[in-house]
Design a protein around this ligand. Structure first.
Ligand code: G4P
Length: 522
């Protein structure tokens, strides 16, 4: 099979959701489709620590959680499916965001009983900022949840994206009868077990349509949607402007999952070209190239080795090949490589452009910020990964002042690597580190101690809302501890607002000062 066919076959995506919405349950169902696991529950157990086969870093062992964004891949109906895990719960970190730079589409799971929740909003913003197509699955229909119309409204209002319901539930919870599959023009009947009955709409008798009050309600709602709702547009979906919405239930007996997945796979984009410093590189560009979006440190505490996660963007990867690190010009042989299949790590011999992810051994030479590896002599670099606005901030100092030198070196390297973000107080200098998740602080403290032999003291200044300023508009007098003025590592000024109220109050008082939200400019 030629490179072009291999590329076209690939569907690389991530599932985003708030903890407990059903990401693990859905992942299990998809792995069942791919025959990757035989019974549901295999992935699940990992979360509770019972399935801890990995020897990741100590923090992970203590917690029994998976720090890594692992990658699962399988064949499904002629496609090569790559699912990248986006860690949530306590292991939410910048890596979760970075993973989204390596996918071509995203499945967003929403709990029908809760609607949109905080973590979904954060992850959604990153997808929107990058124009990634988003497919929505509204889960837990077997429970009494919110009204479908209300859920659609909420998605449109809070997330600011058009919705197009691909199907519509007939009842919910105990009254649940099935879904009207609007896109395929059929009724999918819920039988209370794994078997779904598919009835073409044309075969539904007038009686069936009207005798059941719940059914009639659905027909009326759909008529309303047909009249007042948006038209389906695959182009808008692929531009990230419209999200197809599927209702269903991921838990046994799963319902609507198969139709959802089949439709999703048929619509999700295959890998496209990516921007570089030289030219736009198509996945069918014959030479191998890829970028690193994540580095997993200390996989084995004895060896302190690391695994860099690389997305193959063009050509074909073959184990043992020589490539150049574009940033440094160094040549390196990719001998030790791994592919991640659910819980095991197998050696990978070859991988193709368009979203295949490989783990390569990192002797400490790569940067998370998006290092590019290329086979050809004529090198180029893929766009750097964007800086994601952190939300929690802590002042950091060395416990022992005599260790100032190691302290600075450690911070410098960890910041450069992308493990944490550094800000400097202004005009009074102090070191403030920012993160998107608590785990990053724990990893930071752990690595400072074990790799640089420095114990650090962290003093929280809480969750903050960062807004960047234009240099010419900076007036230090306007800021204090509440709204803290700092500089980022590029020397750009930003303000860490105490809360939403403080931000709005400031905007009111100083309407002429432009406050820049990174999510809106990236
Ligand atoms: P997450 O990975 O997004 O955090 O969610 P996960 O799949 O672990 O699901 C969170 C909880 O919601 C689990 O219950 C799971 O069984 C349940 N769940 C997932 N999908 C559905 C669904 O379609 N319907 C219903 N009713 N529940 C669903 P739990 O009590 O936390 O765990 P467990 O005791 O079931 O293992």
């Amino acid at each position: 099979m030629g490179l072009q066919d291999e590329v076209k076959k690939r569907k690389t995506f991530a599932i985003i959701s708030h903890p407990d919405a059903g990401k693990t349950t859905m992942t299990e169902k998809l792995l069942l489709f791919g025959n990757l696991i035989r019974t549901a529950g295999t992935v699940k157990a990992k979360k509770t620590g019972k399935y801890a086969t990995s020897d990741w870093m100590e923090i992970e062992k203590q917690r029994g959680i998976s720090v890594t964004s692992s990658v699962m891949n399988f064949e499904y109906k002629g496609h090569k499916v790559n699912i990248l895990d986006t860690p949530g719960h306590e292991d939410f970190s910048e890596d979760t965001y970075r993973t989204l730079t390596a996918v071509d589409s995203v499945v967003m799971i929403i709990d029908a009983t809760k609607g949109i929740e905080a973590q979904t909003i954060k992850l959604f913003k990153v997808c929107k900022m990058r124009g990634i197509p988003i497919f929505t699955f509204i889960n837990k229909l077997d429970r009494e949840g919110r009204e479908p119309l209300e859920l659609l409204d909420q998605i449109e209002d809070v997330l600011n994206i058009e919705t197009y319901p691909m199907n519509w539930p007939v009842g919910m919870g105990k009254r649940f009868l099935g879904i009207l599959d609007r896109y395929n023009d059929q009724f999918i009947k819920y039988n209370g077990n794994e078997d779904e009955t598919y009835i073409p709409m044309s075969d539904m008798s007038e009686d069936e349509l009207t005798e059941h009050p719940t059914y009639q309600e659905t027909v009326d709602e759909l008529a309303l949607l047909n009249e007042a709702g948006d038209q389906f547009s695959l182009d808008r979906v692929l531009e990230g402007e419209q999200t197809p919405v599927f209702f269903g239930s991921a838990l046994a007996p799963p319902f609507g999952v198969q139709t959802f997945f089949d439709t999703f796979i048929s619509m999700a984009p295959a890998p496209g070209p990516r921007r570089t410093t030289q030219e736009v590189i198509s996945p069918v560009y014959p030479d191998f190239s890829g970028f690193i979006f994540k580095i997993q440190a200390n996989m084995n505490p004895q060896h302190r080795d690391r695994i860099a996660f690389l997305r193959v963007c063009s050509g074909k990867f073959e184990r043992g090949m020589n490539v150049n690190v574009a940033r440094t010009g160094k040549s390196i042989r990719l001998g030790q490589t791994q592919q991640f299949v659910a819980s095991s790590r197998d050696t990978v011999e070859e991988a193709y452009a368009g979203g295949d992810i490989i783990g390569i051994y990192d002797p400490g030479i790569y940067r998370i910020g998006g290092d590019t590896l290329v086979e050809s002599k004529q090198t180029f670099e893929f766009d750097e990964l964007p800086q994601f606005p952190p939300e929690m901030f802590q002042r950091v100092t060395a416990k022992n002042v005599m260790k100032a030198k190691q302290f600075r070196k450690g911070i410098e390297q960890l910041v450069q690597e992308g493990a944490i973000q550094l800000f400097r107080g202004y005009p009074y200098d102090s070191m403030i580190i920012g993160a998107v998740g608590q785990l990053q602080y724990e990893v930071f403290q752990h690595r400072m101690k074990h790799e640089y032999n420095v114990e650090v003291l962290l003093e929280s200044i809480g969750e903050r809302i960062p807004r960047w300023l234009k240099k010419e508009q900076v007036d230090a007098k306007l800021f204090d501890e509440r709204n803290l003025l700092v500089k980022d590592r590029e020397g750009e000024f930003l303000v860490l607002f105490k809360n939403d109220f403080a931000l709005r109050w400031f905007i009111d008082k100083h309407p002429k000062i432009d406050l820049i939200d990174l999510y809106e400019v990236n």
